[in-house]
Design a protein around this ligand. Structure first.
Ligand SMILES: *Cc1c(COP(=O)(O)O)cnc(C)c1O
Length: 398
């Protein structure tokens, strides 16, 4: 018997839950793409996206998912034959590295494993062992969505400055934007990539490259940039179609306008705080479950943990068993153990991920935890008691 009919809940790390208000604002007849409201709304997005990223630079918007945005950013920062250094703390940095390789960029990777943040001392040694101008850019994720590791971007910048590295610092905030604190200007990030379907609560389809003047100047020295990815016309459009190098993503523009209004109304500091509190409740529950049996948080150090996604180890095939039970019996979908094992390696079956990014609140997190506990019981998985009490303790005393 299944008790899953009713409101479903997609608690995976992207796409995230889409607010009704965002959906409603997209439910309109096709707008005029030559004049009027659409153009004004598009222009209004830029300052508000900058508000969310704490930046004051340029933003190019593309019709693309995160993978497309990776290529967009690369196309404007490096040419074939240039070197980049990738700091990997999970699957997604390797994905960006692969994208770079396929366009002829020479990639070195510093791999910090799957459960801890970038160690700046290791980065320091690596950079000192190479010619100072070797790397055109350092690529890293703020939050890696496979491992749920969060990196300290400001400390990486500080390190680059101390050794006077001329490399551009390029950061993937696809999972973290509007979830984890991110300060593009203050942290000295030159290029940042994001997409709309995670903290920004819009269906997948558009993404963003944020960049500062330093990155803008550097781009001019590249031998060529493809006209589709070139960020220049997109940030200085003479005609409206140049914003998107073609037809605008009409309905996404309306959806994003509404989502940004929601974030502004809440205020970004409070949006980050909400994500932090909900994460603490989730971690507290998992800590209780882990007091018996094998379940554990993938990232041991709380300051290395994302506030947008949590990766959890259950061992064996228990991750897949739990997910399947939740999916078929309860109406709740949680994330697969993506990137936690090599393809063909069964270890991935021992992991799950909770997405808690964007439109998420107390009642959703308590439902997530209560339903997962029900699932653990249903599959006969040994776990400690008191998880819901621990979560509610945090959420009731904020
Ligand atoms: C989701 C995600 C991506 C990939 O985005 P797609 O839209 O699936 O292509 C890249 N990097 C990070 C950190 C992500 O969370």
């Amino acid at each position: 018997m299944s008790v899953s009919s009713g409101q479903t809940y997609l608690a995976i790390p992207g796409p995230s839950v889409i607010p009704e208000a965002v959906l409603r604002s997209m439910h309109i007849a096709s707008p005029n793409i030559y004049e009027g409201e659409l153009i004004e709304i598009t222009e209004s997005l830029i300052p508000d996206l900058n508000y969310v990223a704490r930046s004051s630079g340029h933003i190019a918007i593309y019709i693309a998912n995160g993978h497309g945005i990776w290529e967009a950013a690369l196309s404007n920062m490096v040419s074939a034959g240039d070197h980049v250094l990738v700091l990997a703390t999970g699957r997604f940095a390797h994905g960006w590295a692969e994208m770079a390789r396929k366009i002829g960029v020479l990639v070195d990777i510093l791999d910090f494993g799957k459960n801890r943040a970038v160690d700046v001392n290791v980065l320091n040694e690596k950079l000192k062992s190479e010619p100072k101008t070797k790397y055109k850019a350092i690529l890293m994720t703020h939050v890696d969505t496979s491992t749920s590791v969060k990196n300290d971007i400001a400390s990486v910048r500080k390190n680059l400055d101390e050794i006077k590295s001329p490399a551009l610092l390029a950061v993937d905030c696809i999972a973290s934007l509007a979830c984890d604190r991110f300060e593009m200007d203050d942290w000295g990030v030159d290029i940042m990539v994001a997409a709309c379907q995670k903290g920004l609560m819009v269906p997948p389809g558009i993404g963003f490259v944020f960049f500062n003047n330093r990155a803008k100047e550097r781009q001019k020295s590249l031998t060529s940039v493809s006209s589709y990815w070139d960020w220049e016309p997109r940030v200085n459009p003479r005609l409206y179609y140049e914003y998107f190098c073609g037809t605008a993503p009409t309905h996404h523009i309306y959806g994003l306008r509404t989502a940004l209004d929601m974030i502004k109304r809440e205020e970004i500091e409070k949006t980050w705080k909400r994500h932090e509190i909900l994460s603490r409740a989730i971690w507290a529950a998992i800590d209780r479950w882990s007091s018996e049996g094998d379940i554990s948080l993938n990232v041991k150090n709380p300051s290395d943990r994302s506030h947008a996604v949590t990766s959890i180890r259950l061992g064996g095939k228990n991750g897949t068993r739990l997910r399947q039970w939740l999916q078929t019996k309860s109406g709740l979908t949680i994330g697969i153990g993506l990137g936690m094992s090599e393809p063909e390696d069964p270890h991935g079956d021992g992991f799950v991920r909770f997405g808690h990014m964007g439109h998420v609140n107390t009642q959703m997190v308590m439902a997530l935890l209560g339903t997962v506990e029900t699932g653990l019981r249903a599959i006969g998985y040994k776990h400690g008691n008191g998880a819901l009490e621990a979560a509610s303790e945090i959420l009731s005393t904020i």
